[in-house]
Design a protein around this ligand. Structure first.
Ligand SMILES: Cc1cc2nc3c(=O)[nH]c(=O)nc-3n(C[C@H](O)[C@H](O)[C@H](O)COP(=O)(O)OP(=O)(O)OC[C@H]3O[C@@H](n4cnc5c(N)ncnc54)[C@H](O)[C@@H]3O)c2cc1C
Length: 455
């Protein structure tokens, strides 16, 4: 069977591997494979400028990496260090426990008034199966302090959106499900639901996260090679049409095709455009999914301490509260602290991240300005003067439309897209918008979509 896959990001390459017993052609608009996985050659070695970790507790993903022969490359972060959050002009340890920063009980971190609200939380009516934005729910129960100082900072690190722009069911499904169960007996509280989730957690078995010693290039290069697919770079696909039982794929340079099956592994708006002729109903729904942009500026400093003796903190990273005035960055990953294999290198690696949904201006900022913003913010937050310490290397990576926005409408939109696609034979669609933003979720979704395409 002759199959076209559009997009050589993680989803497209995983699908190509899954379909390796067929004749597979992958078409990629960019001049490289990997999409939002991008490992860049710094002087000290390969360094990720897109995704930089995965949830190691997802057994299916680890088994998949093992099948690809990558098991020995998996490394864990430094378990001794914790992330910090910058709020109110000070660095604090992130509160422990809870769900994405939503606590089950008072914490020193919060104001006395907030802790009072958490202790005396008023029960509320939860509509079973209903949805709400994370921000709205937590503001209503605990107040703005919890949302603006912790929850948005944590969610922003994953979704590039503040809590008010994210749906509870799409981003914290276990919390929504727990509220559903508890609501069968009447009004519920957030604190009781979080407590129930905390008590059901099994004791930590190794680190939650992992990454690859050689960066994500190890994964996307292994997938490309082991898939045996023909991968065409610099090939922008502009449309797909049906011709009898086959599909014509139109793109530059020149028309390509015909194919027996087509798998779309592109971001939501692109997939919507490409599906127009073959699945108009799915295309219409899919076009409503919005995207959040971000930018990563990677630095290698000569030292983690400047000549005045100001040192970067002993932390894996710093999240910036979403309402913190005078700071443009949303987070800093102190990569050389976080990952022991990076800590062994010369110098000190830091990733500055900018950009939340609705604020694309920062992602379009001049490269020199972004570098200045990052260095200024880092100095303001930690005292560390990166310019004086010595900037050995810089890499700026913009991620326009990097991550889908998983708002309260997202799950119903997705269900409508899936239903519309199920009525059309010979095509399938996959990717972060379809299956969840994390690397393990994208892999699982792409494998399932690929299997469905040929079954
Ligand atoms: C800054 C950032 C940090 C992240 N960090 C993490 C992390 O630490 N851990 C984690 O688990 N996840 C992380 N993620 C999420 C994860 O990287 C993504 O969800 C995942 O890589 C998406 O893969 P994909 O294949 O669905 O999409 P993409 O990677 O977007 O792949 C789609 C591909 O399609 C191509 N394409 C688009 N249009 C066309 C066209 N018309 N014709 C041909 N090709 C086209 C694109 O060029 C691209 O290569 C992060 C994401 C970002 C942006």
């Amino acid at each position: 069977m002759k199959i076209a896959i559009i997009g050589a990001g993680l989803a497209g390459l995983t699908a190509a591997w899954e379909l390796r017993s067929h004749e597979v052609y992958v078409f990629e608009a960019a001049d490289r494979i990997g999409g939002k996985l991008h490992t860049v050659p710094f002087n000290g070695g390969p360094t990720d400028m897109g995704a930089e970790a995965f949830i190691r507790r997802r057994r299916d993903a680890v088994d998949f990496f093992t099948e690809l022969g990558l098991h020995e490359s998996i490394v864990e972060p430094n378990a001794e260090l914790r992330p910090r959050v910058y709020t109110g002009g000070e660095l604090h340890f992130l509160p422990q426990g809870g769900v994405m920063g939503i606590p089950s009980q008072p914490q020193d971190f919060f104001s006395a008034a907030t802790n009072e609200r958490i202790t005396n939380e008023q029960p509320f009516e939860w509509e079973i199966g209903g949805d709400v934005s994370v921000g709205e729910l937590v503001r209503q129960q605990y107040g703005d302090d919890v949302v603006d100082h912790v929850v948005s900072a944590l969610l922003g690190g994953v979704y590039s959106c503040v809590a008010d722009d994210l749906g509870l069911r799409a981003t914290l499904p276990h919390l929504a499900a727990t509220l559903d169960t508890m609501a069968q007996d009447g009004p519920v509280t957030l604190s009781a639901a979080i407590k129930q989730i905390e008590s059901g957690r099994s004791p930590a078995e190794g680190s939650v996260f992992g990454t690859f010693k050689g960066g994500y290039a190890e994964l996307y290069e292994a997938l490309a090679e082991k898939s045996g697919a023909q991968i065409h770079l610099d090939t922008f696909i502009s449309g797909v049409t049906r011709k009898g039982d086959a599909f014509e794929v139109k793109g530059a340079p020149g028309d390509i095709g015909p194919f027996d099956r087509v798998l779309f592994a592109t971001p939501a708006p692109t997939t919507a455009r490409l599906l127009k002729a073959v699945a108009p109903e799915a295309a219409e729904q899919l076009a409503t999914i919005q995207l959040a942009s971000s930018v990563v500026v990677g630095f290698n400093f000569a030292s983690a301490t400047d000549p005045e003796g100001n040192a970067l903190p002993d932390a894996t990273g710093i999240l910036v509260a979403s309402d913190e005035p005078g700071v443009r960055a949303k987070a800093f990953t102190l990569s050389s602290n976080k990952w022991p294999h990076l800590g062994e290198r010369e110098g000190f690696l830091v990733r500055a991240s900018f950009g939340r949904f609705g604020d694309d201006a920062i992602v379009r900022a001049d490269e020199d300005d972004l570098v200045d913003y990052a260095l200024d913010d880092l100095q303001k937050i930690t005292g560390f003067d990166g310019r004086a310490a010595g900037v050995e290397e810089i890499y700026t990576q913009r991620w326009f439309g990097g991550i889908p926005r998983y708002d309260e409408k997202y799950l119903s939109t997705l269900a409508a897209v899936r239903a519309a696609l199920a009525d059309v034979s010979g095509i399938a669609a996959t990717g972060a918008w379809a299956d969840g933003v994390g690397v393990p979720a994208v892999i699982a979704g792409a494998r399932a979509a690929a299997q469905g395409l040929v079954s």
